[in-house]
Design a protein around this ligand. Structure first.
Ligand SMILES: *Cc1c(COP(=O)(O)O)cnc(C)c1O
Length: 509
């Protein structure tokens, strides 16, 4: 098995350590305006007494420093990234070109609506596309991420019950759920109630029914669930929740599995969030901007956050030969006049650049292409699962959707933990899968290959995973001490999380 072929790892010193007094990477032209006395202009007490501590380096040093750092990042552009639940698919570069078009890139959020009709049309069309894909009646593009969508969705649910004069305090969450689900429920003022999964990895219907009463506001669910398994009882689950007057929330993180195949709206869900940075391939990771549009059924539409983009048919223009004029008769506007809305949840109209990329993705694939995404994602996951299940334990041996969960419990017998397997994968040049999630699987390894990977890449990953299983048996120390080829080896993760060193302190000399 070939190890990673990246360039030999070198230490990259801090830019402050490269700094030498008097070096510069810039050259400013001579002053061509009258000089201003700063002290007179802003007042003496507002002036710095000491120059800020900034690194001083030459231009080539500056370029080399950041180029060296940029190659330290692992991303979907550097290699396979099978991070279960997070759908790290390849982000087509054409989206970046589109997002950089002047007319999109340079729009200002406060520009008058008449001057940004194209941008508003993109948002309107994305709302329509997401309605069609999820089967919901109305969509708001405002939320900034999936987790933010959850909070928004639950606030909508709270507002709905308030408007009916009902006081409901609980939100039911399966024990396989993503941590953001109970966290969002708590943030929205509900009490999260956990219910167990059954032995097939599905919602335990009896446990669900036992948890349901008139105090329950909602059930939060993702389908396929976090084990990558489709909830085949979904119609019955939704009916049981509706029977007690509660609503059903769909966590859209797993939408990739069902694109164009089935729709949360048809399954009976009342609220949905969509992680566009997962399913619709907008770049994510590293805390960058995201978007988590929320879709609702008609009974919840009055509570959506503002603004919503509306298309107003102004007047029927006469058509020219190819019917273009009829299109121009539509004007787009931001509707903020929703008296029962939960309000604004995000500055201006949302993460426009991210939403634009999602729209480009949906339009470039079309309905047929989106369906193929789901089919290929499911095929890839089943292929990898099938080829690994003789060496790693597979707690739920069923056909999976877009991801599956293995257990490292066999390797544990040799003293090798799942975290060791994950670290060792880095030596083979792969980003580790999600580990220790979902919580209901001992030593969980959650693998999501996505549809964008070739069979060669999947095979290379499978070979690496098989090689590591063998190493765990024959040379457990090698796996336990991995990684061996990365810039840093084992970190004290607990200490790093609690005492992060974020400030550069020059030494005394
Ligand atoms: C990623 C994820 C979330 C949270 O979404 P963000 O966009 O990262 O905030 C919620 N639920 C599940 C199942 C997820 O995988």
């Amino acid at each position: 098995m070939r190890m990673r072929t990246l360039a030999p790892v070198q230490e990259v010193p801090l830019i402050f350590e490269r700094s030498r007094s008097g070096k510069r990477a810039y050259d400013v032209p001579p002053l061509d305006v009258p000089p201003v006395d700063l002290e007179a202009a802003v007042g003496k007490d507002r002036l710095r007494r000491k120059a800020p501590l900034l690194p001083e380096v030459s231009e080539p040093e500056l370029v080399r420093h950041y180029t060296a750092l940029s190659t330290r990042n692992y991303g979907v552009d550097t290699g396979f990234y099978p991070l279960g639940s997070c759908t790290m698919k390849y982000n087509p570069k054409v989206h970046e070109t589109i997002a950089r078009l002047e007319g999109f890139r340079d729009v200002h959020p406060l520009a008058p609506e008449e001057t940004v009709q194209g941008a508003l049309e993109v948002m309107y069309r994305l709302q329509e596309a997401l309605k069609a894909i999820t089967g919901m009646d109305e969509v708001s593009l405002a939320p900034a991420a999936g987790s933010h969508g959850e909070l928004v969705g639950l606030k909508i649910i709270a507002a709905y019950f308030r408007s009916r004069g009902e006081r409901r305090t609980k939100v039911v969450v399966p024990d396989s759920a993503h941590g953001t689900n109970p966290a969002s429920a708590a943030m929205a003022g509900f009490q999260a109630v956990s219910i167990p999964s059954d032995e097939r990895g599905s919602v335990d219907l009896e446990a669900l029914k036992a948890a349901l009463d008139e105090h329950v506001a909602a059930l939060m669910l993702t389908n396929p669930n976090t084990l990558g398994l489709f909830e085949t009882d979904i119609v019955e689950i939704v009916r049981a929740v509706h029977d007690v007057g509660a609503l059903v929330y769909y966590d859209g993180a797993n939408l990739n599995a069902i694109l164009g195949k089935s729709r949360p709206g048809d399954m009976g869900f009342d609220v949905v969030h969509v992680n566009v940075h997962k399913t619709f391939s907008t770049p994510h990771g590293g805390g960058g901007p995201g978007a988590g549009p929320v879709g609702v059924k008609a009974h919840l539409a009055p509570f959506l956050p503002v603004p919503i983009v509306r298309a107003v048919r102004e007047h029927a223009l006469e058509r020219d030969g190819d019917g273009d004029a009829a299109e121009r008769a539509v004007r787009y506007r931001l509707d903020t006049d929703l008296p029962r809305s939960i309000g604004r949840v995000r500055g201006f109209a949302g993460s426009f650049g991210v939403l634009l990329r999602a729209y480009a993705y949906i339009r470039s694939l079309g309905a047929e292409g989106l369906r193929r995404v789901a089919e290929d994602a499911v095929l890839a996951a089943n292929y990898v699962m099938h080829r690994l299940k003789d060496v790693y334990a597979l707690p739920y041996d069923r056909i999976c959707k877009h991801e599956f969960v293995l257990s490292g419990r066999r390797q544990k017998a040799y003293g090798v933990r799942t975290s060791d397997i994950a670290k060792r994968l880095m030596d083979y040049g792969f980003h580790p899968p999600t580990i220790y999630f979902p919580l209901i699987v001992d030593e969980a390894l959650m693998i999501e290959p996505t549809e964008t990977e070739s069979k060669e890449t999947l095979d290379a990953f499978i070979e690496a995973m098989r090689a590591i299983a063998k190493e765990a048996e024959e040379n457990p120390h090698l796996v336990r001490s991995a990684p061996h080829t990365t810039p840093v080896g084992r970190l004290d993760e607990a200490l790093a999380a609690r005492q992060p060193v974020l400030v550069y302190r020059p030494s005394a000399d």
